[in-house]
Every structure is written in C-alpha cells, then in structure tokens.
Design a protein around this ligand. Structure first.
Ligand SMILES: NC(=O)C1=CN([C@@H]2O[C@H](COP(=O)(O)OP(=O)(O)OC[C@H]3O[C@@H](n4cnc5c(N)ncnc54)[C@H](O)[C@@H]3O)[C@@H](O)[C@H]2O)C=CC1
Ligand SMILES: N[C@@H](CC=O)C(=O)O
Ligand code: NA
Length: 436
C-alpha cells in the first residue's frame, strides 16, 4: 500500500524528535500502521536549521501554507505552538481536508471547540496525544482504555518544567532561576516559560483532560490557575515535617453541582507514589468508578518522549483514515450530541483540605483565638505544628492542617484571622489533597 504522506509545520524540539523517531523506527511503524509513514515536506521559519535536521530527505520551505496546499500530503503535523499562527494553519489544514496532529495544548484548551467542530464537519481527525503529559498515553487511556467508567477525578503532575524546578530546589538546594534555565536548555520549557511557572501550561492540559473525562467543552477561561512562583522554601520544609510533599497539581473533579478545574501547588502525603515523582517526569492519577485508582507515569516533555505521542497519533490516523468517520473515536471521547452542560464550579465552591501558615506573636491565647475562628466557620483541624521560637524572638510560625471543607469558608476564616493584631504577616494558604 502506498505510504501515507505527512507535512511537518515546525521542526524545533518536538518536530526534530518526530523526524528522528519516524526515521529510526520506520520498519516497526510500517508493520503496525500497515503502511509506511513518510515526512514528505517540512516548513520552518529557520530553514537552515531545518535543513540540517532533514538533509535531503524531503523539501524544506519557510511558508507553512505550501505544505497545507500540497495535494500529496494526507496529515499535517502542527508543532509550532501558541494560539496565533498555529490556529490559522490548523483551521486551514482542516479546511483543505487534511487530518491534523498537534502537540499544542494551548491551542486546544482555548480554541478546541472551534477546531473540533471544524474537523467534525469536514470528516477529518485532529489527534493530540502529545498535548497532555507528553509521551504518557493519557489521552488514549481516558478516551478509550477507561471508556467503561464514570470518571470521578483526575489529578496530575502535568508540567515537567515546574516539577523539575521543585525537585532540584528540594534535593540540591538550587535556586529557582538556575533550575529554570536548565529546564529551558533541556527543551522542557514552553517558548514563554511563564506559561510553565505560572501554572498556565498545566491548566491547558487539565482543561483538555476535564473535557474528555466529563464530556464537557474545553473551558480554559474558567480554570483556576496558580503556579509555583509564590511558593516559599519554608512551606516545602514544614510540609515535609508534617509528612507531605508539595507538587504543582492539575485537578479535575466531578461534583454533583459541577466540575472543579484547578491548578495550584498542593500538599500530597509523602507515601503516595505521585508524591515521589521527581524531575521532569509527569504522573496522572485517574479515579474511575469501576476500575478504581489508576496511575500513569512517564516523560511529559522533551524531544523524543513527546515525539513518541506524535508518532502514535500518526499511526492511529493511518489505520483509521479509510474508516467511516462515524466509527472513529470522538475527539473528546463523547459524541458531540452527548456532551454534558455540567458547569465549571467557581473556586469558592471547591472542596479541599488546607495548609495554613501564620506568622504570629508568641504570646498566650493566640492559638485559641485562631482555632475559635476556624470552629466558627465549621472548619475542623487535622494537625497543628508550632515552631519553637528562637531565643529572643517574639514571634513564631503556626502551621495548621484542616480537614476537607469548602473554599468559601476558608476565605472567610482567613479574612477574619488576618485582622487579628497577633497575626503579623499575610497568611500562607495552600491546598492539600489525600488523593485516595
Ligand atoms: N518541548 C516539549 O517538551 C513539548 C512541547 N509541546 C508542544 O509542542 C509544540 C512545539 O514545541 P517545541 O518543539 O518545544 O517548540 P520549538 O520552539 O522548539 O519549535 C517550534 C518550531 O516552529 C518553528 N516556527 C515558528 N513559527 C513558524 C511558522 N510560522 N511556520 C513554520 N515554522 C515556524 C520555529 O522556528 C521552531 O523551529 C508546542 O505547542 C509545545 O507546547 C508539547 C509537549 C512537550
Ligand atoms: N513545557 C511543558 C512541555 C510539555 O508539555 C512542560 O514542562 O511540561
Ligand atoms: Na500524552
């Protein structure tokens, strides 16, 4: 059977990895796909660098539209990134009747509804395994492997850069800026690394997973997004003393009234497997009603791990390209006429346990005033840690872990506690999840 022809838009970290993996494993890939998969044309603005990778294997052009217009090309792979030109090119490729593979989570989390609708109308596939947790086949697991389940929640370390930063800071005592530079050098970070460190990239991925898990549209604008830039070394240390690790988690949880969609630094019990995921590794825990808890672990960033997912999508499309579109797996797992209108819950309605750190005057009665406020808001305490004050010091850190409660109650209690004269600095509040 004739080879399926691929056009590559962007041959940077992931594009380069895709080129290498397809070339190195071509025999195995042909055996699995039933046809050879060939990169027939590459577009990149940096044509010299692109030619250095591609050699004379195929033409290299600067204008991505030449690839889309090439009638030989069956599948367009978008590895440029961002919401700008990538969106136009993906929509143009779909309009030209090409199947699309993309690793672009930003694009799908923000414009997925429009893109999937266009693909559905045109009868082409848009595959995006690389967009969430890189090489881990989490999209396939959620959409196909767990299709029997009512999914209850998903919690994942889904940004390699921030996990690498947190791990290196904790284990080697390195500073934030040094580790971020190293993550950039290793090709883990986004073109704009604030997307990584401010939690935006993880929120893009959590948004995509929430849509597949609960059959809701992608709604990145409703996600709660907090990164790691405000995280303080003192809290990492106190969390450890209390038996917890802090990880940047993306969480999507179904409640009776809606879906929680949030990204923030989270305390996790240190004995959980996911608490021990280090470096640029990713891990996603999925709780389904039939299967129970499942865990997916692997490389979430980098050239070849991400290429592994891109090539898997190419194989999937190659196998399905001739199938009746009605028999394909829907882009977001649920058929477009079976989507849910379950809303994304505002943060005030989210349920979690909490870690609170208060800088307080070391004087009689402080603890009782604080616990009274918590009790008045029906917040029950799980553990309290009071650091011994150093000699001559008249203030100390008071750490409180709460049981599960509603965020609204915690906000109200925090506002009241912050007003106490014996509370000397802004209170630190982190969320804590048992993940069981
Ligand atoms: N680097 C990683 O570990 C991962 C990246 N991704 C996603 O994969 C995509 C690509 O990321 P990277 O390979 O890391 O980026 P990169 O910056 O290394 O590569 C992008 C390439 O696109 C080219 N380019 C830019 N504008 C272009 C245009 N208008 N026409 C043609 N080429 C153009 C650039 O010259 C560059 O070679 C992004 O959406 C990213 O979020 C997803 C998972 C992991
Ligand atoms: N910048 C991302 C790359 C993969 O999606 C990350 O660090 O995880
Ligand atoms: Na993946």
């Amino acid at each position: 059977m004739k080879a399926i022809k691929v056009g590559l838009l962007g041959i940077g970290t992931v594009g380069g990895g895709t080129f290498q993996v397809l070339r190195r494993n071509q025999d195995e890939i042909r055996g699995r796909a039933g046809r050879a998969i060939e990169i027939a044309m590459v577009a990149d603005l940096d044509v010299e660098r692109a030619r250095a990778i591609v050699g004379d294997a195929c033409p290299v052009v600067t204008d991505a539209r030449q690839v889309i217009a090439n009638p030989e090309i069956d599948i367009v792979v978008e590895l440029i990134g961002g919401y700008g030109v990538a969106k136009t090119l993906v929509l143009e490729a779909i309009a030209a009747g090409k199947h699309v593979v993309t690793a672009n989570k930003a694009l799908l989390a923000v414009h997925g509804t429009e893109i999937f609708a266009a693909a559905h109308a045109k009868g082409v596939m848009v595959a995006f395994e690389a967009a969430v947790a890189g090489g881990i086949p989490i999209i396939k697991a959620l959409r196909e492997g767990l299709t029997a389940n009512r999914i209850e929640w998903i919690a994942g370390i889904i940004n390699g850069t921030t996990n690498f930063i947190l791990s290196e800071m904790r284990s080697k005592g390195l500073d934030f800026a040094t580790v971020l530079k190293e993550a950039q050098r290793l090709g883990y970070a986004e073109a704009d690394p604030t997307f990584d460190i401010e939690g935006v990239d993880a929120a893009h991925k959590a948004t995509i997973m929430s849509a597949i898990a609960f059959g809701i549209p992608v709604q990145f604008d409703k996600a709660h997004v907090e990164g790691i830039t405000q995280l303080q070394a003192a809290d990492i240390k106190y969390a450890e003393q209390l038996g917890y690790r802090i990880k940047l988690l993306g969480i999507a949880r179904r409640r009776d009234t809606g879906v929680e969609l949030r990204v923030h630094p989270t305390l996790i019990p240190a004995h959980r497997l996911i608490a021990n995921v280090e470096g640029a590794m990713n891990a996603v825990v999925v709780q389904g009603d039939a299967v129970g808890t499942t865990l997916y672990y692997g490389k979430g960033a980098g050239a070849e791990p991400t290429a592994s997912a891109v090539v898997a999508d190419l194989v999937d499309i190659t196998r399905l390209a001739t199938a009746d579109p009605e028999h394909r797996v829907p882009h977001l797992a649920f058929r477009p006429d079976a989507m849910s209108d379950l809303p994304i819950l505002p943060m005030e309605q989210v349920h979690s346990a909490y870690y609170l750190r208060l800088r307080v005057a070391d004087e009689a009665g402080v603890l009782s005033r604080i616990t009274t406020i918590l009790a008045e808001h029906d917040i029950s305490i799980d553990a309290v840690l009071q650091r011994e004050s150093a000699e001559g010091e008249r203030q100390t850190d008071l750490i409180i872990l709460t049981h599960d409660t509603q965020e609204r109650r915690v906000n109200q209690a925090l506002a009241q506690m912050q007003g106490l004269p014996s509370v000397l600095a802004p209170i630190v509040r982190l969320r804590k999840e048992e993940l069981a």
